[in-house]
Write a protein that binds this ligand. Sequence first.
Ligand code: IMP
Length: 431
Amino acid sequence: MALVVIGAQFGDEGKGKIVDLFAETADLVVRYQGGNNAGHTLVTNGKKTVLHLIPSGILRSHTLNVIGSGVVVDPEVLLHELSDLETGGVHVTPAQLKISDRAHVILPYHKRLDLAREFRRGSLAIGTTGRGIGPAYEDKIARRGIRMVDFIDRPRFEALFLARMAEINEYLATLPAGSGFGAFVQSEIDEIFHRYAEHAKKVAPFVADTGFLIDEQWRAKKRILFEGAQGALLDVDHGTYPYVTSSNTTAGGAITGTGLSVRAIEHVVGVTKAYATRVGAGPFPTELKDALGERLRSAGGEFGATTGRPRRCGWLDAPALKYAVRTSGVTTLAVTKLDILTGIDPIRVCVGYRVDGGELGTVPACTEKYARCEPVYRDFAGWTENLSKAKKLSDLPQNARKYLDAMTEMAGVPIGWVSVGPARDEVIALS
Ligand code: IMP
């Protein structure tokens, strides 16, 4: 049985908490796209660990954790996460963590390219995480990337690395002097190669044919949990292009990013906040640039887990949510941070857009047009009661229940879980 958890907005929906719920009973937890642009906070023996790359089943000894072929892996980040876990008392063995031999590797030149490209875009910068994600996927699609299987084979790694480094240096040399993103000098190239060749030795025991392994587990009727990163509106095909990440964040990525049969997926849980946030640039019609937006940011602790950047905050965008439900085949929603809306009255939800003299009911392909969309709002009465003690739906104030009912109706799928506070147990299961 395979279940996919995806973000149904622009990322940062609180997927981690919902993934944790399912991870308790999962046999496998699998990452299938993105890289260390994601962030997921775990608490071990009272110590906080932020994982960016390693799947979140890692704290459970019975769970197998897989980094699929669709993920781009920064070996240095991976080794840091392993050593942070070790410090927190969690020793990760190759029996618990498998990395696809087909996953592409992020190297220091990808990071420099990421920053250089953003610099060149100037006011049109995407606001990437600067982790080299986009350039690593570029290399993959352009058929010049370095996969794990090549990385752990030193002569192959050396040949591929030096060839690509030379090409990238040609490009970096064209950037204006003083931009800070110049070409790598020979001593840097030597140092990077030797450092990463050492990393490769440490990573090698974890590298495996994970496609084969996941298929075997699926046939053995194991419970597979796919842990999505970012959100549907950041999908490279279906998101607000070019203000997107470079992978398929929609549920289909779980298939292309692992090699598992398309027939395997039975459930798709779409995680959405009760309002909306976005990090980085790009259209966000329901953004609140006023005191209310500020209130959502501070009440919701809306600062990036990976970069610490303040998140842009706004009202729920129902057409965008419906779009996410459609493009990922979401079967159930999980609503997070309902408690953050407490005390706000009215609560508004965008139910359509007005643009260029007409009305629109879905997210348009043209990003400039989406940016010009004026939301058409429906208002809901708020509530003032503290929600954190609610254990079942009927414990919620009537207006909160009405709001959830409207979300179900607008998204066209039922809500299965509602999170009413940051703690692990502050989640109401609806069925
Ligand atoms: P990249 O993934 O670093 O290339 O960044 C591309 C866009 O995706 C930027 O707007 C980032 O802010 C956004 N992004 C990447 N990862 C996340 C995430 O985990 N949560 C929210 N936004 C993200």
